[in-house]
Ligand binder design. Structure first.
Ligand SMILES: Cc1cc2nc3c(=O)[nH]c(=O)nc-3n(C[C@H](O)[C@H](O)[C@H](O)COP(=O)(O)O)c2cc1C
Length: 284
């Protein structure tokens, strides 16, 4: 039967059916691609214990046992054996941490804590780096030692189990958050690429700054340094061995604040996180 022999009504119906089939095929392909994308991140949760004398470690073992009993897969990790750059692949992280010496972390967590602190202040680390990573922290300190640690911890653990259970999807990813809100994975996945193209999509200004602009980024600091230089009789404070320094005091202060090591009076060096992040499969 040729197309020309079909009545207009049948032709319309045929066109509609073809369009619907094409649309459904397109949707299922997108869904499959999205599922593959979300399978890439670690499908297990991670529990870190940051502990000096094993109190937090014992608690971490307890919550790990409880999660395992509830068929929830978690690794129990000492952060000193963990590469923090891999955090971007995690979907759910629990931290049981104690505090030592004025709120500092115990030794085994020092590197991880330092990495998180540095990354939070590093203008080259995108605000989206840990976007997919839900986390909960249980802090152990003097107050908890004196109180009902076991009772408080058991309550917290049960909440973690409940929320983790409620929000685990078939592919193992966690899409809720520990405040009990559940995000719309499908919508998020589909909008994600558009957001990437359009910037962050939440109206926030980009954090990325050109190196040339750094000196102008912190006006109050600049003013303060110029005032100090003037007070020391140096009108601009940027002359080294009779020559104008390429890395002026203001630029030096800004670069050092961002973790650069300054070479002489001419250069600043820092490991390129974008390249490192790309090589580790965490995106650029
Ligand atoms: C030397 C020392 C320093 C401590 N410093 C703090 C502190 O600054 N703030 C706090 O809340 N607790 C502090 N604590 C209490 C510990 O956080 C608490 O004993 C905790 O249970 C230890 O857990 P951990 O065995 O997992 O390291 C300190 C304890 C000791 C022995």
């Amino acid at each position: 039967m040729s197309l020309s022999s079909l009545s207009p009504a049948r032709l319309t119906l045929l066109t509609l059916l073809s369009a619907t089939t094409l649309y459904l095929f397109y949707k299922s392909r997108r869904r499959r691609l999205h599922r593959l994308k979300t399978l890439n991140p670690s499908t297990k949760g991670q529990i870190f214990f940051i502990s000096q004398t094993s109190t937090s470690k014992t608690l971490a073992q307890r919550v790990h046992n409880l999660l395992t009993l509830n068929d929830l897969q978690f690794d129990l990790l000492d952060p000193k054996d963990y590469e923090p750059e891999d955090l971007c692949k995690e979907t759910l992280v629990l931290v049981i941490a104690s505090t030592w010496e004025n709120g500092e972390p115990p030794q085994n967590g020092a590197f991880l804590v330092n990495w998180v602190n540095e990354s939070a202040e590093d203008f080259r680390v995108g605000a989206d780096l840990l976007r997919k990573c839900e986390f909960a922290v249980f802090g152990v300190g003097r107050d908890v030692d004196e109180g009902d640690l076991d009772e408080v911890f058991d309550r917290w653990s049960k909440k973690v189990v409940e929320i983790s259970k409620g929000n685990v999807k078939e592919n193992g990813g966690y899409f809720g958050n520990l405040n009990g809100e559940v995000s719309d994975e499908e919508e998020e996945g589909e909008e994600e690429e558009d957001e990437k193209d359009e910037g962050r999509g939440d109206g926030e200004e980009s954090e990325i700054v050109d190196l040339e602009d750094i000196a102008g980024k912190v006006p109050s600091r600049r003013k303060e340094m110029m005032e100090n230089a003037k007070a020391n009789g140096d009108s601009n404070g940027d002359v080294v061995n009779g020559k104008k320094a390429m890395v002026t005091r203001v630029i030096r202060a800004n670069l050092e604040k961002r973790g650069y090591k300054i070479i002489g009076s001419h250069s600043g060096v820092k490991l390129c996180r974008w390249t490192k992040s790309q090589l580790r499969g965490c995106g650029g």
